[in-house]
Design a protein around this ligand. Structure first.
Ligand SMILES: [Zn+2]
Length: 351
């Protein structure tokens, strides 16, 4: 291989040099020839790097245009009532399954901005927690998460499965993990940020935004944003709509302002019912990103919740996002090329 490449470079340099020589003379000529040679050699190096990247992508069966499960959790409690809450055992079992099936958690902020830096052959999953309940995170007197909270369980599973990143996004409302004092609220939000977790906006009062006037929609979202920014130095990058309901004009949820606080999100999340498109495809619509409820196959969850969708993604590997391990490229089988979103075309690595 090495020898063929060397011959190729020589030919390219000579022909560029010949062209250059035809239209100039004197001392200039040597400098131009050197520059042309350097350029040809850089091009050859780039081509050879691209070839190596393509081989890695093909070997990993990378498909960075595939779908990503964004799983939605509420409370993690013993003896949950019928609905969306999960027991600590059910939550742990789902995380164990994700780890075993080569998923690696990324945050909602990483997902919407396309910063998916996971190893080759792995699949991203976004873990999201709504309503900031104490069952998701309660810290003990030394600032360590209680073991049966969502964060405690996630960190324990991550410890047992190296490479399974303990990250998630918490969509918070005014009940900030059951903390009443601003100092305690700051402690818990700061703990999340300091440990690599992501904080999202779920509005201030968790009202149904369906049918509400624009002013009230913007007030609810802006005051949720202000609640976080007044406690820690961080602005949420994404919003999850209460009950998954979009306002009359869905763009009101994406960008707006009220009482001197503005928001301009990179993504707004719904509450159902399918895996989410890759942020690198034309199918990605930041104004309404689907999520999946965490639940086994019962009732409408026979098809539309996490157990069913994880089964489906396993059975339909060509539809699932698989990383090539290179955060700078968007790798996929050539056949899928028409679906690449324009902003990522320059990073495309078809194979
Ligand atoms: Zn909620």
């Amino acid at each position: 291989m090495g020898r063929f490449r060397a011959v190729g470079v020589g030919v390219a340099s000579l022909s560029v040099a010949a062209l250059s020589a035809a239209c100039m003379s004197g001392g200039d000529k040597d400098a131009k020839v050197d520059a042309a040679r350097a350029k040809a050699s850089n091009m050859a190096a780039a081509a050879s790097e691209k070839k190596a990247e393509t081989q890695v992508a093909a070997k990993a069966k990378a498909n960075e245009l595939g779908q990503i499960p964004v799983i939605m959790y509420h409370r993690i409690i013993k003896n949950p009532p019928p609905g969306d809450d999960r027991t600590p055992e059910q939550f742990r079992a789902e995380l164990e399954r994700l780890a075993k099936e080569d998923y690696v958690p990324i945050t909602a902020a990483e997902y919407v901005t396309g910063k998916i830096g996971i190893p080759a052959g792995k699949h991203p999953v976004v873990l999201t927690f709504d309503d900031s309940s104490p069952s998701q995170l309660t810290l003990d007197g030394m600032g360590n998460p209680m073991p049966d909270t969502a964060v405690g369980i996630l960190m324990d599973v991550a410890k047992k499965h190296p490479g399974f990143r303990p990250v998630a996004t918490f969509y918070v409302i005014r009940d900030l993990f059951g903390m009443a004092k601003p100092e305690e609220q700051t402690q818990v939000l700061a703990w999340l940020k300091d440990h690599g977790f992501d904080i999202g906006n779920h509005t201030h009062d968790h009202l149904n935004l369906l049918g509400k006037p624009e002013k009230e929609v913007e007030e609810q979202i802006a005051s949720g944003q202000k609640m976080v920014t007044s406690l820690i130095k961080f602005s949420p990058v994404t919003l999850a709509l209460p009950y998954g309901n979009q306002p009359h004009n869905k763009k009101w949820a994406m960008k707006g302002s009220a009482a001197g606080t503005s928001y301009d999100f990179r993504g707004v999340f719904l509450a159902g019912y399918t895996p989410a498109p890759s942020p690198y495809t034309k199918d990605f619509d930041p104004v309404g990103i689907p999520r999946i409820r965490s639940k086994e196959k019962v009732g409408d969850c026979v098809k539309f919740c996490s157990t069913a969708w994880l089964d489906w993604l396993n059975a339909n590997a060509t539809d699932r996002f698989t990383s090539d391990g290179n955060a700078n490229t968007v790798a996929f089988p050539k056949f899928k090329a028409p679906f690449v979103a324009a902003p990522f075309a320059a990073q495309a690595l078809p194979y």
